[in-house]
Design a protein around this ligand. Structure first.
Ligand SMILES: NC(=O)c1ccc[n+]([C@@H]2O[C@H](COP(=O)([O-])OP(=O)(O)OC[C@H]3O[C@@H](n4cnc5c(N)ncnc54)[C@H](OP(=O)(O)O)[C@@H]3O)[C@@H](O)[C@H]2O)c1
Length: 292
């Protein structure tokens, strides 16, 4: 056998193995119920309460609603008292669980004492770190962007003591690729991913699940309530799907569609994403979708 033949055979074998692994991953994402079975009592076995930051609207509210359907009491934290009360009433009426609301602004430093007082003594099983701020909904260059502590420190010690719990850190699919025009937002989500990975390594042995959830499009006020379609989920559908992957490891896109989209996005050469032509078309595309 010549050297060229050996190189071709090795390259072919590597390619087949790579696609084989991808195929296995895809099959596992297609069948979460079989690959990552989640008994009905799993959520409440982690604890009686779930805490959701940014829980009065969008994805956070959908987490609060969905976890309450599993029988968990929920604490929702966001800025607007009226929105909080409305969300709490809806959840209480629908499921009969207890809902606590805390009005706090996560851009301020002095909120954690108050939060700690409000949740003291609760058996917290799940923390969803969901608050995220998109500095400008319309894609724009950094210089055109307007001016712009830590829930884990409060909740983790209790989980560590009890040896059970789950922390879901909501990132974004766009953290996986260089994303001009949403530069600050994408960079902050890369921070969330790295933060989550470090925490996972530190607390895995303590029985705590720490997972990054990285959706692409979800129809909420952050995305101008775009009409759900093949790739854009309603918040409720997205959360229902993403919770199925709670035991699927450190990171999840939360759905089959967003997993495939993630793979496609990562296959696009970065020079394309960085090109002026791409940026102009992307900006126009988002503006057009919003106009419609
Ligand atoms: N929607 C998407 O397509 C998408 C895609 C990928 C990732 N994500 C991520 O998913 C998470 C939720 O996004 P969403 O689309 O559900 O957003 P959303 O509909 O705008 O809801 C944001 C929630 O956070 C609260 N909030 C905002 N700023 C806050 C602050 N400074 N302090 C406390 N609470 C605050 C809001 O309530 P108040 O206004 O009352 O404070 C609301 O409850 C974010 O981390 C986002 O980056 C979203």
């Amino acid at each position: 056998m010549t050297l060229t033949e050996i190189i071709f055979i090795l390259a072919g074998t590597c390619t087949v193995m790579l696609f084989g692994v991808k195929l296995i991953c895809l099959v596992m994402v297609l069948a979460p119920k079989i690959c990552y079975p989640l008994p009905e009592s799993f959520m409440t076995s982690l604890g009686k309460w779930a805490v959701i930051t940014g829980g009065s609207d969008g994805i956070g509210r959908a987490y609060a609603q969905e976890l309450s359907k599993y029988g968990m009491n929920v604490v929702i934290i966001s800025r607007n008292q009226e929105k909080l009360d409305r969300a709490a009433r809806t959840i209480e009426l629908a499921t009969g669980v207890q809902v606590k609301v805390i009005a706090a602004d996560f851009t301020k430093d002095n909120i954690y004492g108050h939060i700690m007082e409000c949740i003291e003594g609760l058996d917290i099983g799940i923390l969803v770190n969901n608050v995220g701020i998109l500095p400008s909904q319309i894609p724009c260059r950094l210089l055109e962007t307007a001016d712009l502590e830590e829930m884990c420190n409060i909740v983790l010690p209790g989980m560590k003591e009890r040896g059970r719990g789950a922390v879901l850190n909501v990132s974004s699919g766009i953290a996986k690729i260089p994303c001009p025009l949403y530069t600050l937002y994408a960079a902050s989500k890369v921070f969330v991913e790295r933060f989550s990975q470090g925490l996972q390594a530190e607390y895995r042995s303590k029985g705590i699940i720490i997972q990054t959830v990285a959706p692409f499009g979800v129809s909420t006020s952050m995305t101008f309530h775009q009409k759900p379609d093949l790739v854009t989920f309603s918040a409720e559908d997205f959360v229902r799907s993403s919770l199925k992957y709670l035991r699927a490891g450190d990171q999840t896109y939360g759905s089959i569609t967003h997993t495939i989209l993630g793979w496609i996005m990562q296959a696009i050469p970065t020079w394309v994403l960085r090109s002026e032509a791409f940026q102009d078309n992307f900006e126009e595309y988002v503006k057009e979708r919003i106009r419609r």
